[in-house]
Design a protein. Sequence first.
Lengths: 167, 379, 342
Amino acid sequence: MNPTLEQLTEHFKGLTAAAAVPADGPAESVSPTPVLVVVQAVDFALKGFHLDVAVGPAQVVAAAEVADRAGFGIDSITGVDWLAQNEMEVVYDFFHPTSPLRVVVRARVPRGSPELPTIGGVFPGANWHERETHDFFGIRFTGNPNLKPFLLPEDATFHPLLKDYKP
Amino acid sequence: MIAHKDLVPLGRVGDSPQETFVLNLGPQHPAAHGVLRVLLTMDGEWIQRAEPIIGYIHRMHEKMGENRTWAKFLPNTSRIDYLSAMHYTHAFVGAVERAAKIEVPLRAEYARVITSELNRISSHMVWWGALLLDLGGFTPILYAFDDREKILDLLEALCGARLTYCYYRFGGLYNDVDDAFLKGTRDFVAHLRPRLKMYRDLVTDNIILRKRLTGIGPISADLCRRYGATGPVIRGAGVAYDVRRAEPYSVYPKLDFKIPTYSEADSMARYLVRMDEMEESLHIIEQALDQIPTGPFLGKVPRVLKLPVGDTCYAVEAARGRFMVRIVSDGKEIPYRVKLRTPSFSNLSLYEEASKGMILPDALAMMGSLDLVIPDIDR
Amino acid sequence: MSFLQIEPVRILLYLVGICAFVGANAAYLVLAERKGAGRIQRRPGPNEAGFGGILQPVADGIKLLAKQVMVPPGTDALLFRAAPLMVMAPPLMCLAMIPFSDSIVARHLNVGLLFVFSFGSINVMALMLGGWASRNKFAIISSARVVSQNVAYEIPMLLVVITLLMVTGTMDLNEIIHQQGGGIWHWNLFKVWVNPLMPVTFVIFFICMLAETNRAPFDMAEAESELVAGAFTEYGGMGFGVFFMAEYANIVVGCSLATVLFLGGWQSPIGVLSGGLWGAGWFLLKLYGLIFTVIWIRWTFPRTQFYSLLNLSWKILIPISLFTLLLTGAMMKLPVVYHQFF
């Protein structure tokens, strides 16, 4: 039942093919970045995870589904603000309860309109992590039912982890 | 005997309208263990919806990480979960060592294992007392604190702190473990074994405790996976997931230990997992004490620490589950991003789903069995 | 001695005596509880005020009295103030019936047992009103619990008492004690030739007494880890203090009743030395022995679950007490039937 690293790599690479042939047209217009899934096996001893998957913002749900089918659990979701590139990176961490495998899925969104779909439908635990990421970075997860301030005060309108945040 | 799940609220006939009320549990409530607030929608004593509201002790450690050097952020990590500070500093130190490829001497690794496991026992002791306090048993917490005091004394002699330890350093330790500590730890292991047996006889086998925890708050393995719950919660659901095995770190691969699991997935299973873990920790400590080599306790660390560009993860098995540090470096002396993935946050996130339809005291018993530390959730 | 025979003087004397007894007991049982808890938890307990903490109740009392009695807005002010008085009155009334010795009893009634039980069951009303008048959700949940718990435990308790009434044939508490004279084997607790389940009825009575007085492990009303302080959440100062004292006064009533009904009241366990002050000594010895057991139980066990509490009453205690009732009746009538036919 436990997936091997090669199988996982194949599964994630399959996302590119799936996205190249859009099932229903309108979904494609959501993603402004080119749809190309880069799957990279990395050395665990150096990085702390086994598989590094870069996807487009429109594919995060599909990537989460791949992880879910392979039996992964949601570890965390976080953001990184790349001010120089004018982009924001959303990092999804997955752990596997029964096999020693760790997968990281990344998606880059433009800094001006940081928006990508929620994976709460696949992993309900992602809801809280997405709320936290929205708190800290202002990244909007469309479909998340509860994107109000979570860890920050309830009237907070600022996003403290943005690199240009001035208190 | 009917179980609580067979009970239905009285006066509910057919499609009669439900009358609910909102109960604000916390942030100042005796069972909230600090400043957790749970907004309960109740139907009599039955919970229809429990929405945890957190952030009352949020300190933005992650932002603090972005404006100080790697070494200066280290003390912050021990303030996240004040009950298992050793594990948290271990994760951050480990992440930096992994990124900077710093070699850690073997003696330091063994000392880290010994202190980590001592800290795990002291953390579980507090949980044990606090859970019993939630269940209305007042006495065990004082016995637990009695034993915990011995651990705190040992660790205080070692690193000066009683709670928020900052004992690990990049490349090793702040201070070498001395013979007094090693002997004291050996004595402590001998002291705790019979005490744990006494706790089992007096508390674990108490019929009231068994009745209050058995079958209460089932959290299935799949629920754990979908919410990312780890530690004793997932092990209580029958999954032998332990970061010490899944992502081996330090010298744990050289040590022989079991991962206690129980498949009942109820509060009692989580209780028993933690009780067994204390004994396993004693076993690990004994082995580490036997194997600890002599030698240096601090490796070679550059004076000005600059990490290579890229991101690195390091996870440890903290007392409450998987704690992961993800550091992103842009090659400077100051972290670009520090992400702290805390176990209590994920463990609490399933509370809303798991507590549906429970009766209030059971829901609080389940919350106690999750072992929440609020600063760990809020960071 | 003659002026003691005058009725108004007698009443006044006993009124003062009972109030003092209840007050002193309530205050010092709090200290005993805290000292006992300290002993069980291997810590000294209160030891600062006075020698070994002997003045701690006084200090507590002064502190509570010095506090303002807050009536939160939105509460039913009249009931909110009345509840503490109502909770203290029943144990005071009940203690007037308890014979401390063959000659020391405030009022001697030939239906003393009935009197005690009719006043004893008012106690729950006060707790319910206090919780309801507070307009606090925790307090209201607690009120609902108190009522269902007390109703559930009143029944097996009364069934046990009826069993006892069949054995003794009287409701006069002093008469019940007189019947148990002449040594420990004459106590109702050990009268196994009347009913082999007599010790069981005592255990049932004791469990019901714990539940009726809302003591751990049945302290559903004041389950502090669930309901903050239950029905007393909104009370502060002496309002809370009176509730607190009433809890101990109720324990005193419950334990003295258990002593009178099962443990021979002021009768000596060895058959001699049971009159006058000796009797009072024996009575207090047994009473505080039972109270110590109550304290001991509280600091040893965790709290039970509410549904298992009700399960215990309706599914275990009531059937057993009904069975003992039947058994006692059968055993009393069997000789009669035997003699009629043989």
